[in-house]
Write a protein that binds this ligand. Sequence first.
Ligand code: IPE
Ligand code: IPE
Ligand code: MG
Length: 251
Amino acid sequence: MSLKEKVDKEKLPKHVAVIMDGNGRWAKQQGKIRIFGHEHGVLSVREITEGCAELGIQYLTLYAFSTENWNRPRIEVNALMGLLVKTIRKETETLMKNNIRLATIGDRNQLPKNCIKELDEAIEATKDNHRMTLVLALSYSSKWDIVNAVRTIAAKVREKELLVEEIDEELISKTLTTGNFPHPELVIRTSGERRISNFLLWEIAYSEFYFTDVLWPDFRKKHLYEALLDYQGRERRFGKTGEQLLAKNDA
Ligand code: IPE
Ligand code: IPE
Ligand code: MG
């Protein structure tokens, strides 16, 4: 039985989110500049997008560029933006072929104009695709998203469109840039780092975490299957006891 066959299709997470990390270290190991690692990371993006769609996962969010990443050397930032434009242009056809819709989260106004244009075209072209939604987190940070949502909600209260008592978890979830997507059941981080780096703080309240030492440019479908099998072996209790869950399964 292959690893892929071992994955229980009935117990798939609806939404997998990935912190793609380790491109720079991967390049360094090969004696190359960091950008070489980012270029190779694109192959992993393709592989994992395809892997998730094949299995029937409905949402895949990829953390591609954080708000904090703007502080990297200008040459690296420019190369990443260039790579983004090139990749979107090149991959739109593959997204169409695989019936995948593209979406983004984050502060898009910070992105270069040609990047926004390329993204808009791809989002428009793929908008009716429904096999899977691929969400790219670009110039994204969760604290930025939360601050923005608080401002939006506060403005509505000021304009008397909303009562303070009407502010609840659902409203906050909907106001975030992730508002149209379910919260991820599984978050994967590559490269051995065990931190969140300002990613989906609100949305991961009950997510499962999977950390692997594999560097992102080496991450292949088999690593995705390993993460999913690990996830499927866990008991998600949501505050209840294990016995309560067993009783419910017997009922
Ligand atoms: C992840 O790889 C890609 C981005 C953050 C854009 P890194 O570039 O962070 O690689 P390391 O962590 O330095 O190895
Ligand atoms: C997090 O990776 C952001 C992305 C994967 C895009 P970083 O490599 O920027 O995170 P830190 O700085 O090591 O926490
Ligand atoms: Mg990193």
